[in-house]
Structures are given as structure tokens and as C-alpha cells.
Design a protein around this ligand. Structure first.
Ligand SMILES: Nc1ncnc2c1ncn2[C@@H]1O[C@H](COP(=O)(O)OP(=O)(O)OP(=O)(O)O)[C@@H](O)[C@H]1O
Length: 955
């Protein structure tokens, strides 16, 4: 497998800063020590009185004494070279606040003066050095190049362009929103910051030669402090800031975990930082993390956390690729495209007629917009329906109002008619009263006449008695009193005069009576006519009234029915609306429930995931601890084995030494034997060969043998010494080994204790995490339950409300119905009452009118009778008086006895005149004085039905 396929691990460097002045002043103990050669960082800890060291190995380690230049040359130069080769590279600093991230990345150029010949000051950090290297290299290559720089700040999840023109950066705080730059997918799996200022730093003169263009990118990132948010002093106002920073760093941690553990889903999208660094973490960029720590004890916890974090990040594998080299023409084409796009953007920005948003958000917003449009359409339809309904109701209401107005105008007209009729009735009643008054007046006059007639009759009878007495006296004196003839003649003439006078009077009376009677008859006729006309008018008015009342009743009924229909419609409408509301509420509640259920499922998944992760972590930690222990045990065993094998080896060595000793002895023996054999052979040969030569040879051999013997002995002595030395060394080694073994064993035990303690601690932490997750789950379930309860409560409240409303509608309907029935009944009753009343009134009037007519007729008859009787009586009186006078005065014979002259008591003319009835006007005057018209009531006006006696007895 090639490197490209396998991937390259993220390079992790560790830099520990020197003690700060404060820390030095406070004599802060050192807990971090760096071994740059071994690339190790060890952290000393004292846990429960035990001293424990933790060691981390990184790709490179820079201790407190490491200079900026050292770090740059050892770690960054190769990276910048790779950038110049066409790779994309990222260097980011990670660590607690105040541990030197900015110092490492930027350095302290401002404080320090630059060196000669454009040399950077020794305090200059990675960024200025990298920039210088890039330009130096490009210049030295004498190549055509172009360098662009972008400088952005990611703060509170908001990206700000630090290269934006100054006037823009000076805008008010509220305008800052506009300046925030959106992060967008570039469509090639990467991200770009839309609208980020690109500064072209410098460009060498153009050389038309090479057609291929290399392109490399270097990202230099200075992260925020990695410490706990609670300790960063983030309170209240800064909570969001802390939260957002924390979110970025937490997401970065999660991304690293996901990459290290090869999880399927890497949550790059959860923060802008991870979106920006996406290609640097598990992508095609070469990445170098510079972890910075403090040596002081008070930062221990954060230091350990940073070390753990950085150590984990070591396992991230990136697959760096050289950026595609492109043809100049293609690049120019691309650049033209880019220019066009930028032009469009500038135009849109200038005209403010364009908006740029991420694709996902666009699609999301598009779908939201569609859903909202549908909803709005539906709502529009509902509103339209409601509007129509309202319009219908309004039209009905208007019609009802119109009908009501019509009815009220009709009612007014009827009222007016009724008033007129009432007036007419009152007038007619007045006229009737007047008539009745006149009748009474006439009755009174007639009774007065009767009284006068009676008085006259009485006077006439008195007169007759006196006359009879006088006639008797005169008859007795007739004879004697001749002289009284003259007187008698006078008497007769007086009587004749009286008779004539009486006749004249009676004639006048008769004439008066006849006139009065005819006047009365005329009057009565007039009354009758009036009564008839009144009756007709009244009947007509009553009929009309009756019709009007019936019509008004029918109208009322129809009106009530219409109202009831409206009410029914309204009720149906409101019931439908209420049903709709209820359905809507329940659907809302259902949708909330569904949403919650969906959310719950998702949350449960998340929690399950979390729990699984935690339990897998727990299992892994346990496994790790077990493995660690096993490894400890294995290494202990291995050590034991090694020591035993070393023992065996040493013993073998001893044995070998001993064997060497015995071998030397054997050699010695063999040598001795060999010498003896040689001597023997020599002696045998010496007997046969030249003696001198043999003697010489013998001497030589002897000497040689002596030498050999000496050397063998020396060898043996040396070997013995060597064996004893080896023996000493071995036993020494054995002892030392024993010591070392004991020491290692105790170390292992310590380590095992430490790891057990850590294991316990981790288990505790994991348990806490699990508990937290459980609590969160419970909390979530409780929230869900309460939300569900709330939803159903809400729905039931709405339903009960709807029920109450519909019940009240029903009640209202029933009430309206009963009211309608009651009104209808009352109206019918009152109409009938009116009709009955009018009928009764008409009946009464008819009766009274007929009674009037009867009375008038009787009256007229009586008057006629009176007139007839009167004329008969008058004739009779006249006749009787004439007969009586003629008889008395012609048949008178003297008796011879002259009675005593007596003066007849003849009423005087004045007396007789006083008996005359008063003139009509005087009688009317008297009647009116005694009976005022105002106090006059119809009941008293019943005319006397007893016919008055005619003036029959006057004479
Ligand atoms: N290696 C170093 N050698 C000398 N001084 C250092 C070193 N590292 C850091 N310092 C000093 O420590 C102080 C804090 O460093 P710096 O501001 O770079 O920390 P930081 O991690 O960037 O903090 P923050 O997260 O708040 O930005 C500075 O005064 C800096 O000069």
C-alpha cells in the first residue's frame, strides 16, 4: 500500500514554555520535564503520597529553552517546503491560555527589533518566518509567483475579516453583523469564506516560460485557550462567547475522537472551526499541531488534558495530495470565471439585490418556504372561506336590518294609522258624547216642559174648580144680576180672550213642540247617520287594524324564522369552525406529539449512542487497564524469564569456564603426554640419527616444549583467573540483576497501582458521564412527558372550550327557539287580544249605536206621539172650552136667590204667564249650568225610556 493510500499521521509537536516571571517569583514547582532527544515529555504527579510520572511521546518536543528559530527550523521549514511543492498544509497551535500559542505562531516582532538585511528578530514566530521563507524561496527560484494572504478571526462562531479596509472595521458595533462573513461549501468538498479579502502580497515580473502552475496553501491557526470554560472567567455576558468558543473546541475534540476511533460520522459541520479545518483533519492537507503547555504545577490538570488531546490527535491520518498542477490557460479561464462571479457579487452587493447563502440552508429554506407557501395558501383559502361566510352573514345581517327598518317603518305607519284611528275614535266618541249630551239636554228640556205642563194642568184644574164655583155662584146669581150681564159679557169676552189666548198659546206651544220635534228628529237622524258613518268608519278601521295586526304578526313570525335561520346558520358555521378548531388543536397536539416522538426517537438514539459510546469507552478503558495489567504481568514474566535465562546463561558460562579449565587441564595432560610421546619418539630416533643434530633438536624441542608448557600453564592460569573474574562478574551481575529486578518489580507495582487508581478514577468519571447521560435522558423524558401532557392538556382545554361553546350555542339556540315561540305565542295572543278587543269594541259600539238608534227611534216616536197627543189635546181643550162656555153661558137660568157676590179666584195673567215654560235657550242654559259637558259621562246619558205624558190634563 502506498503512503498516499495509507495516509500520513498528523504531526504533533509539543512545546513547553519557560516559567513566567510570576511563576518564578512564586517559586511555582515544576511538573513538566522535556526530553528533546527522546522526544518525551514527562509529567510528575503526587497522588496519595505516591510520586507518579506520566510520559508522552510526540513527533518533536521543545523544552523551555527551545528558541523560536529552533522550533521553526526543525518543525516548520519542511512543511513550508511542502507548501512550495504544491501541498496544502496547516499548522495550528493548541493549548491552555498563556502557554505560548500566540508567541509560537506570531512571536514578539513588535517588541524586538528586526535584524539587519531584513533578518527577522529572534522572537519572530512561525508566521513571519514562514512568510519570509516562502518569499526567499520563490525569489531564489526566480520563478513567476503570486502570493495571496487572507487573515480572518473566528470568534463567537462568527467570522470577521481582519484584512477588511479600515473604514469598514471602524463601523459601529451594530453594523458588525453586516461584516460577518458566511462560510460556504466550495462544491469541491472544501469550504470557502465568502467575501474574504485576498491581499496580493507581491508578485515578481512575469516570465513566459513554464506553462504549468504549482499551487500550495498554508493555513496558520492560533486557537483559543483550551482550558475549562468555567475557569476562563466566562460569566454572564461572556457566557455566549465562552459557549461558542467551547463549542468550537468541543467539536474539534469530537472530530479528533471520531477520526481516531474511525467512527462513521465525523461532526465537522457542528462548528465553523471544524468546517474551516475540515481538510486539515482527515483530509488532503498535511497538518501539524503545536501543543503548548506550561511547566508549572497550577496548570497540571490542563497540561495533562492538552497532552492527552495532542497525543490522541497523533493518530489522525490525513491523505495529503499535491494540488493539481494546472495549465496557465485553464487557470486564466478559471480566473475569468471567478472575476465574472465576483463582478456579479459586487453588482449584487452594490445593488443590494442578491443574497448568498449555503446550499443546504438554501434547500432547507426553499423547502420551508414551500411548506410555508402551502400553509399560507391553505390559510388564505380558509380566510377566503371565512371572508365569504362573513360576507354572507353581513349580507344576511344587512337584509335583516333592512327588513327590520321596513318593519319598523311599517310599524310606524301602522302606529300612525292606529293613532289616526284612535283620534277618529276619540272624535267619534266626542261626537257621540256631544250627541248624548244634546239628547240629555233635550230630555231635560222635555222634562221641564212636562213639569210646566203639569203645573199648567194643575193651575188649569184649580182654575176649573174656581171656574166651576164661580159658574155655580154666577148661575145662582144669574137671574138676579142682570146688571151683571155686562160683566158676564165681559167675562165671556175675557174667557174668549183667554180661550183665544190659550188657543194661541197652545198653538204656539204646539208649533214650538212640532218645531222642536222635527228638530229633534232631524238631530236624531243626523245622530243615526253619524252613528252609521262612525260605525262604518270604525268597522273599516278595525278591519284594517285587524289585517295590519295579522300582517304584522305574520311578518314577525317570518322575521323570527329568518332570525332563527340566521342563528341556525351561524350556529352551524360556528360549530363547523369549532370542530375545525378542535380538529386543528388535536392535529396540532398530534403533530407536537409526533414531533416529540420523533425527537424522542432521535434523542433516544443520541442517548443510546452516547451510552453506547460511554459503555464502549468504559469497556475500552477496562480493556486497556486489563491489557496494561496483562502487559505488566507479561513483562514481569518476561523479565523473570529473562533473569532465569540469564541465570542459566551465567551458570552455563561458569560451566563453560569450568569446562575450559578442565579442557586446559586436559590439554595440559595431552601436552604432557604428547611431550612424553615426543620424547619417547625422539629418544628412539636419537639412537638411530646423528646425535648432535638430535641433541640440538632435542634442546630446541625441549626449549619449545618448555615454552609451550609455560604458555599452557600461563594460559591455564590466565583462564583460571578469567574464569574467576567472569564468576565474580556473573555473581555481581546476578546480584545487580536481582536488585534491578526487585526495583523494577516495585516500579511495576507502583505503575500497576497508579494505573489501577487512574482506572478507578476513569471508571468513576465514566460512571459520572453515564449518570449524567441517564439524568439527561430522564430529564428529556420528563420534558417530553410534560410537553406531551401540556399538549394534551392544551388540546383537552381547547376541546372542553369548544364543547362548552357548542353547548352554549345549543343552549343559546334552545333559548332563542323558546324565546321565538314565546314571542310568537305572545304576538299571536296579543294580536288575538287586539282582534278580540276590537271585535268586542265593535260589538259594544254596534250595540250602543243600535241602542242609540232604538232610543232615537223611540224618542222620535214619543215626540211624534207627543205632537199628535198635543194637537189632539189642544183641539180637545179648545173644543171643550168652547163647548163649556157655550153650554154654560147659553143655558144659564136665574135661581131667584142671589148668591153673595163672590170674586172668582181667577189667576192673574202674570200667574198664568209664570206657568209658561221657559224659552228653549233659557232651559238649555239652565241644563248646561247644572250638567257641565266635561263631567258628563256616557252612562248617565241613557235617555229616559218612559214616555212623557202628553199635556192632556191642562184643561
Ligand atoms: N516559549 C516561550 N518563551 C518565552 N516566553 C514565552 C514562551 N511562550 C510564551 N511566552 C510568554 O508567555 C506569555 C503568554 O503567551 P501567549 O500570549 O503567546 O499565550 P497564548 O497561549 O497565546 O494565550 P491566549 O490563549 O490567551 O492567546 C507571553 O508573555 C509570552 O511572551
Amino acid at each position: 500500500m502506498s503512503v498516499k493510500e495509507k495516509g500520513v499521521n498528523v504531526q504533533v509537536l509539543l512545546r513547553c514554555r519557560p516559567f513566567s516571571d510570576d511563576e518564578l517569583r512564586n517559586n511555582a514547582p515544576q511538573v513538566v520535564s522535556c526530553n528533546e532527544y527522546q522526544r518525551e515529555v514527562s509529567v510528575s504527579q503526587n497522588i496519595a503520597g505516591k510520586h507518579i510520572d506520566r510520559v508522552f511521546v510526540f513527533d518533536k518536543v521543545f523544552g523551555p529553552n527551545a528558541q523560536q528559530k529552533d522550533l521553526y527550523e526543525q518543525a516548520v521549514v519542511p512543511i513550508v517546503n511542502e507548501v512550495l511543492e504544491g501541498f496544502n498544509c496547516t499548522i495550528f497551535a493548541y493549548g491552555q491560555t498563556g502557554t505560548g500559542k500566540t508567541y509560537t505562531m506570531e512571536g514578539e516582532c513588535k517588541r524586538s527589533k528586526g535584524g539587519l538585511n531584513g533578518e527577522l528578530p529572534p522572537e519572530a514566530g512561525v508566521i513571519p518566518r514562514a512568510v519570509k521563507q516562502i518569499f526567499d524561496t520563490l525569489e531564489s527560484q526566480n520563478a513567476e509567483y503570486s502570493v495571496k494572504v487572507t487573515f480572518l478571526e473566528l470568534y463567537n462562531e462568527e467570522i470577521t475579516d481582519l484584512l477588511a479596509p479600515e473604514d469598514l472595521s471602524r463601523v459601529a458595533q451594530e453594523d458588525k453583523q453586516k461584516k460577518q462573513l458566511p462560510l460556504m461549501e466550495d462544491g469541491k468538498g472544501g469550504v470557502l469564506v465568502r467575501g474574504l479579502e485576498e491581499e496580493i502580497v507581491t508578485s515578481a515580473t512575469t516570465h513566459e516560460g513554464e506553462e504549468l502552475i504549482k499551487c500550495g496553501k498554508l493555513n496558520l491557526v492560533d486557537l483559543a485557550g483550551s482550558e475549562n470554560i468555567s475557569r476562563s472567567g466566562a460569566r454572564e455576558g461572556r457566557a455566549r462567547e465562552a459557549g461558542e468558543i467551547n463549542k468550537s473546541l468541543l467539536t474539534l475534540g469530537r472530530v479528533i475522537s471520531a477520526l481516531v476511533e474511525h467512527l462513521g460520522h465525523v461532526p465537522y459541520r457542528d462548528s465553523k472551526l471544524t468546517r474551516l479545518l475540515r481538510d486539515s483533519l482527515g483530509g488532503r492537507t498535511k497538518t501539524c499541531i503545536i501543543a503548548t503547555v506550561s511547566p508549572a504545577v497550577h496548570c497540571l490538570e490542563e497540561t495533562l488534558s492538552t497532552l492527552d488531546y495532542a497525543h490522541r490527535a497523533k493518530h489522525i491520518k490525513n491523505k495529503p495530495e499535491v494540488n493539481q498542477k494546472m495549465m496557465k490557460s485553464t487557470l486564466i479561464k478559471d480566473l475569468y470565471g471567478e472575476i465574472e462571479r465576483l463582478k456579479a457579487e459586487v453588482y449584487a452587493a452594490r445593488e443590494k439585490n442578491g443574497v448568498y447563502i449555503p446550499k443546504e440552508r438554501y434547500y432547507q429554506e426553499e423547502s420551508d418556504r414551500k411548506a410555508m407557501a402551502d400553509q399560507i395558501e391553505q390559510m388564505g383559502l380558509t380566510i377566503e372561506n371565512h371572508q365569504k361566510h362573513i360576507e354572507e352573514l353581513q349580507a344576511k345581517y344587512d337584509r335583516q336590518v333592512e327588513q327590520c327598518t321596513d318593519l319598523s317603518s311599517k310599524l310606524d305607519a301602522t302606529q300612525k294609522d292606529l293613532n289616526q284611528t284612535s283620534k277618529l275614535l276619540a272624535n267619534t266618541e266626542d261626537e257621540l258624547k256631544q250627541c248624548q249630551y244634546s239628547l240629555k239636554e233635550r230630555d231635560f228640556i222635555i222634562s221641564e216642559q212636562k213639569k210646566a205642563e203639569n203645573a199648567l194642568a194643575h193651575q188649569a184644574s184649580v182654575l176649573r174648580a174656581d171656574l166651576e164655583k164661580s159658574q155655580k155662584d154666577n148661575a145662582s146669581l144669574f137671574l138676579k144680576i142682570a146688571r151683571e150681564d155686562k160683566l158676564n159679557t165681559d167675562n165671556r169676552s175675557t174667557v174668549n180672550c183667554f180661550q183665544a189666548d190659550l188657543t194661541r198659546q197652545l198653538d204656539a206651544l204646539s208649533k214650538l213642540l212640532a218645531g222642536s220635534t222635527s228638530q229633534q228628529s232631524e238631530h236624531l237622524k243626523c245622530v243615526e247617520k253619524l252613528c252609521n258613518s262612525f260605525f262604518n268608519v270604525h268597522e273599516k278601521a278595525a278591519d284594517e287594524l285587524k289585517n295590519k295586526v295579522s300582517a304584522s304578526r305574520a311578518l314577525c313570525v317570518s322575521h323570527f324564522e329568518a332570525v332563527q335561520n340566521v342563528v341556525r346558520l351561524h350556529k352551524a358555521g360556528s360549530n363547523a369552525a369549532l370542530d375545525e378548531l378542535s380538529a386543528l388543536a388535536s392535529s396540532h397536539s398530534d403533530s407536537i406529539g409526533e414531533l416529540l416522538a420523533a425527537e424522542a426517537v432521535e434523542m433516544n438514539l443520541v442517548f443510546d449512542d452516547l451510552q453506547k459510546t460511554l459503555s464502549s469507552h468504559q469497556g475500552e478503558v477496562t480493556h486497556l487497564a486489563r491489557e496494561l495489567r496483562q502487559r505488566f504481568n507479561a513483562s514481569t514474566e518476561h523479565l523473570m524469564d529473562t533473569s532465569e535465562s540469564l541465570h542459566g546463561f551465567l551458570e552455563k558460562l561458569l560451566e563453560e569456564s569450568k569446562r575450559l579449565g578442565s579442557h586446559a587441564t586436559q590439554v595440559d595432560e595431552v601436552q604432557t603426554k604428547c611431550i612424553a610421546d615426543f620424547q619417547k619418539v625422539y629418544e628412539e630416533q636419537s639412537r638411530s640419527d646423528s646425535e648432535k643434530l638430535i641433541a640440538d633438536m632435542t634442546t630446541l624441542v625441549d626449549a619449545r616444549l618448555g615454552d609451550l608448557k609455560d604458555s599452557v600453564i600461563g594460559n591455564k592460569i590466565f583462564l583460571d583467573g578469567h574464569i574467576s573474574t567472569v564468576d565474580g562478574i556473573t555473581s555481581d551481575l546476578k546480584r545487580k540483576w536481582q536488585d534491578c529486578f526487585t526495583q523494577t518489580e516495585s516500579n511495576f507495582k507502583d505503575n500497576a497501582d497508579f494505573s489501577a487508581a487512574k482506572h478507578c478514577r476513569m471508571e468513576l468519571l465514566l460512571q459520572k458521564c453515564v449518570n449524567t447521560a441517564d439524568t439527561a435522558l430522564e430529564q428529556w423524558q420528563r420534558t417530553q412527558q410534560s410537553l406531551n401532557d401540556m399538549g394534551s392538556q392544551h388540546a383537552s382545554t381547547i376541546a372542553s372550550h369548544v364543547r362548552t361553546m357548542s353547548e352554549s350555542n345549543e343552549r343559546h339556540d334552545v333559548e332563542i327557539e323558546s324565546a321565538r315561540l314565546m314571542v310568537e305565542r305572545d304576538t299571536a295572543k296579543s294580536g288575538e287580544d287586539i282582534i278580540h278587543f276590537i271585535d268586542g269594541l265593535s260589538e259594544k259600539e254596534r250595540a250602543s249605536v243600535s241602542e242609540i238608534l232604538t232610543t232615537a227611534r223611540a224618542h222620535s216616536e214619543t215626540i211624534e206621539n207627543l205632537q199628535r197627543d198635543h194637537s189632539e189635546q189642544a183641539t180637545c181643550i179648545e173644543q171643550h172650552a168652547t163647548d163649556t162656555f157655550r153650554q154654560k153661558y147659553m143655558d144659564y137660568e136665574p135661581t131667584g136667590s142671589t148668591p153673595i157676590r163672590s170674586e172668582p179666584d181667577i189667576p192673574s195673567k202674570g200667574t198664568i204667564e209664570s206657568l209658561r215654560a221657559m224659552p228653549m235657550e233659557a232651559l238649555q242654559e239652565e241644563f248646561r249650568e247644572n250638567h257641565s259637558y266635561e263631567s258628563f259621562t256616557g252612562k248617565e246619558l241613557r235617555p229616559s225610556v218612559t214616555p212623557r205624558a202628553p199635556l192632556s190634563q191642562i184643561n
